[in-house]
Design a binder for this molecule. Structure first.
Ligand SMILES: Cc1cc2nc3c(=O)[nH]c(=O)nc-3n(C[C@H](O)[C@H](O)[C@H](O)COP(=O)(O)OP(=O)(O)OC[C@H]3O[C@@H](n4cnc5c(N)ncnc54)[C@H](O)[C@@H]3O)c2cc1C
Length: 442
């Protein structure tokens, strides 16, 4: 006897998407979330790329999610001896289309995930917050539900694990291992208040990334961390610096290492002249993301299913390796997981054998594999190994400048053609979305 057809663990970005679809199919669906509010335990904010909206759930695209600011370009700044000595702003939507047509939207996680969870509840799913699933119930070697931190045993015919990086239930179910430290990035994020007119003047609709050779010490060694990222919001900016838990010197970074990078970055010319006079720090957040999981053969090959259970989003290693954009892949995998669950329950067959089609569908998706195996960020280490600033700039151009088009064009084109094949009128909906979101922002 099951209490529910489906239990979804996690009300972050992926869980509510899967839960909504299951509930709409008439399945009794429960979402368990350890935080008091959906999205509260996810990092505080991020930029969701346009392809998440275009090729993800149509109800997000056609709805009015709480976005902060459209993004129409990336500005890469190169720093030497504390000064910005070069720029690469080649990746941007050309005028007059940008920022009406965007490459993504910035958003805060808490309102966005709450909005997603509300839509799942409207569709009939039950949401229980402040409840942590601490173990799986296993009978005859098969997953039958979860045990909560309150000692409750909740049984379900299918378990969808969308609990993000910690991946506790996948490990307890015996199908996955803990992420290795070399695939996990520790990030320190700072959130600043900044008047809207100053953000409009300084960044406008652009993300700003700052890069430097290792001796600059404003970021972790190339390939083992990332740029200093500045994301603009409506009336705030968000900064991130990260470093992998195991870098080339095998020394695990501490949050204070990241603080030291920030201290040096705060002395650079652009920060001092454009940001410092107008910003007020309001939050420090640290978090981890398994962004190189798709680049590590052992991690990439870990299963995403077992009898009666599917994993999705970060719990299944879906984070994109170059720009940490795990939301689109969480949405894609959540929809595929829900479709597979509905089919399995209809067929009365939730065996691993039947559910293996989930993994095949993930691999066949036009964007997922391309995103999780993108080596650009990792391969920045060759610029450091070759001690070549020129190589760093070239690699940044290819990863986060116009060169990005080379490796994104083919998978995005495949996704566009696939969508138009299924629904020829879809480009009108896309344009409508860009217009509507722009109006939501204005
Ligand atoms: C610093 C940082 C920056 C990022 N920037 C971006 C970006 O700019 N763009 C982008 O697209 N992606 C970004 N990401 C990645 C993105 O946040 C994740 O890929 C995405 O949130 C994954 O969705 P998910 O549903 O798999 O997991 P999450 O959104 O992490 O949701 C997991 C949920 O499960 C809950 N939970 C966990 N364990 C349990 C349990 N045992 N019981 C009950 N509830 C549980 C958590 O509280 C959480 O709400 C970033 C990540 C980090 C850490």
């Amino acid at each position: 006897m099951s209490d529910y057809d489906v239990i979804v663990v996690g009300a972050g970005f992926g869980g509510p998407v899967a839960a909504k679809k299951c509930a709409e199919a008439g399945l009794s669906t429960l979402i368990l979330e350890r935080a008091a509010v959906p999205g509260e335990k996810v990092i505080s904010s991020l930029t969701i790329p346009f392809y998440g909206f275009l090729f993800g759930p149509s109800w997000i695209r056609d709805g009015d999610p709480p976005i902060e600011r459209p993004v129409s370009g990336i500005r890469n700044f190169f720093v030497k001896e504390g000064k910005t000595f070069a720029k690469d702003c080649s990746f941007r939507v050309p005028r007059p289309f940008g920022p009406r047509v965007s490459i993504g939207y910035t958003t805060y996680c808490r309102p966005f995930c709450t909005w997603l969870a509300d839509r799942a509840v409207e569709a009939g799913a039950e949401l229980r917050t402040s409840v942590t699933a601490v173990d799986v119930i296993k009978e005859n070697g098969k997953v039958q539900g979860v045990v909560t931190d309150r000692g409750e045993e909740l049984r379900s015919r299918m378990l969808l694990d969308s609990e993000g990086l910690q991946n506790l239930l996948g490990i307890k179910a015996g199908i996955r291992k803990r992420y290795l430290p070399e695939v996990v990035e520790l990030c320190l994020l700072l959130d600043f208040e900044m008047p809207k007119e100053e953000i409009d003047r300084v960044c406008g609709y652009n993300l700003e990334y700052f890069w430097g050779m290792p001796e600059e010490e404003i970021i972790a060694p190339l390939g083992y961390g990332s740029a200093v990222y500045i994301f603009p919001y409506r009336e705030s900016i968000h900064m991130t610096i990260g470093c992998f838990l195991k870098a080339e010197d095998e020394v695990a970074p501490a949050v204070r290492t990241l603080d030291a990078y920030y201290e040096r970055f705060f002395q650079t010319d652009r920060w001092q002249s454009e940001y410092a006079p107008h910003t007020k720090l309001r939050a420090r957040i640290w978090d981890t993301c398994p962004i190189y999981a798709g680049l590590h053969p052992e991690m990439r090959e870990m299963p995403t299913f077992t009898d009666n259970m599917l994993l999705l989003g970060d719990a299944a290693g879906m984070e994109a390796a170059a720009i940490a954009d795990g939301v689109p892949t969480a949405w894609f995998s959540a929809e595929i997981a829900a479709d597979t669950t509905i089919e399995a329950l209809k067929a009365g067959d939730t065996s691993a054998d039947f559910l293996s089609r989930y993994d095949q569908r993930l691999r066949a998706h036009p964007l997922i594999t391309a995103l999780i195996t993108d080596p650009h960020r990792r391969d920045l280490k060759y610029a450091a190994i070759n001690v070549s600033e020129k190589e760093m700039r070239k690699r940044v151009h290819n990863g986060w400048g116009f060169g990005m088009m080379k490796h994104l064009t083919w998978p995005v084109t495949k996704a566009v053609v696939g969508s138009m094949w299924r629904k020829p009128s879809i480009p009108f909906r896309w344009m409508n979305m860009f217009n509507r979101y722009y109006k939501l922002y204005r």
